[in-house]
Design a protein around this ligand. Structure first.
Ligand SMILES: C[S@@+](CC[C@H](N)C(=O)[O-])C[C@H]1O[C@@H](n2cnc3c(N)ncnc32)[C@H](O)[C@@H]1O
Length: 353
């Protein structure tokens, strides 16, 4: 395992790695140097808006009236979008150079343990999922057989190198509660992507059976490959979160990390009902997703940031998710208590069955 990159597959050439390092620097610069100036200029310009209108900006339209004339806002958006496009192009190009080798690696991993993977080449993806490229990743999570490799390197650049060792997922899993009776035999991770939370759950509960599902075949295949390299016996399945193929009451913990802002509201509701169905009484449902304070505070400035993510970063359902009363939806799906804790830009929502 690479000491810097962790379980990630290195770029195919030093030139490619250097280019991607530059792209990561562009993103770090935008987040660290440009974004704070946008916020600062917004607040100055919002004061001028309030003086002119006799009220502060109160809507997304007001936010645009304040933000759009600011060059630094437009520069921030262009840097974000172009950085994201450069990132994916660079990653796709570097892995494409040894596509045959990486596909053979996935094929070999499909057949070995520990743990297991199941997926189908004839799986029919729902229309809502086919309709967009998540995070503008070319081919999204599912159309490129190397999507797992590509997404993993993308998360490195997106998090500017701070998650190379699953640091986020590990700390979130550690901070997630367990059922009050302490019984943890089976855990399910929904929308597992490349399996970073699932492996963290398996590390935390080595004697539990950990199951992890994702709609996208390349994700579960790569997740399984990665888990086998870590020696962790997670079971990965290609499956819809809204249509789980598990009997009632199977799990003690059902977990989802940043899945819900990526699915449409009717699918959110179906998924919540499924989570309630597969949990045993007393089991807990732990959801980490876009935060109440950060994205759901309703301020015009945050609405503009959320709008950007929704329409320019390939997360078309994010705005609807953030406008939803998520705890009320969870209760309506059959859960008892629901508690929310804001941690950084995320909110951890915990519900008991
Ligand atoms: C942002 S990623 C989740 C990250 C992941 N949970 C982790 O631990 O790092 C969202 C994932 O949800 C999956 N997904 C989207 N819609 C889904 C659905 N209806 N059922 C199952 N998975 C879905 C996507 O394929 C993608 O891998």
């Amino acid at each position: 395992m690479d000491p810097v990159l962790g379980t990630m597959t290195p770029a195919s050439a030093i030139d490619d790695a250097s280019y991607l390092d530059f792209v990561e620097g562009v993103r770090a610069f935008n987040l660290g140097q440009v974004q704070p100036v946008v916020a600062q200029r917004y607040h100055q310009a919002a004061a001028a808006f309030a003086a002119a209108h006799g009220r502060p900006p109160a809507s997304l339209a007001d936010a645009h009236a304040v933000l759009d004339p600011l060059p630094v806002y437009r520069a921030r958006n262009r840097l974000w979008r172009s950085g994201q496009e450069m990132m994916w192009r660079g990653i796709v190009d570097t892995y494409r150079k040894r596509e045959a080798e990486l596909l053979a690696e996935l094929d070999a991993a499909d057949r070995r343990g520990p743990g297991s993977v199941q997926w189908s080449p004839t799986f029919r993806y729902p229309d809502y999922f086919e309709a967009y490229d998540a995070h503008i990743q070319p081919g999204s999570y599912h159309r490129d057989p190397l999507a797992g490799y590509i997404y993993h390197y993308g998360t490195k650049i997106f998090s500017t190198g701070s998650n190379n060792h699953d640091d986020n997922q590990r700390s979130q899993v550690q901070r997630s509660p367990a059922p009050a009776d302490g019984v943890v035999r089976r855990i399910l991770d929904l929308g597992c992507s490349i399996g970073q939370s699932a492996t963290a759950w398996q590390e935390r509960f080595p004697n539990a059976e950990v199951w992890a599902i994702d709609i996208a075949a390349p994700m579960v295949r790569y997740a399984h490959k990665r888990a086998t390299e870590l020696g962790l016996p997670v079971h990965f399945r290609q499956m819809l979160a809204e249509q789980l193929d598990f009997p009632d009451g199977t799990f003690d913990i059902v977990h989802a990390y940043i899945l819900f802002h990526e699915i449409p509201v009717p699918i959110i509701r179906q998924t919540l009902r499924e989570a309630a169905r597969v949990l045993r009484p007393g089991g807990i449902f732990v959801v980490w997703d876009f935060g109440r304070r950060y994205y759901k505070d309703g301020s015009p400035y945050q609405e503009a940031m959320l709008e950007f993510v929704t329409f320019d970063n390939g997360e078309p359902f994010a705005q609807d998710f953030c406008h939803l009363d998520f705890p009320a939806e969870i209760r309506a799906a059959g859960f008892g208590t629901v508690e929310e804790t804001d941690i950084g830009i995320l909110t951890m929502t915990v519900a008991t069955r």
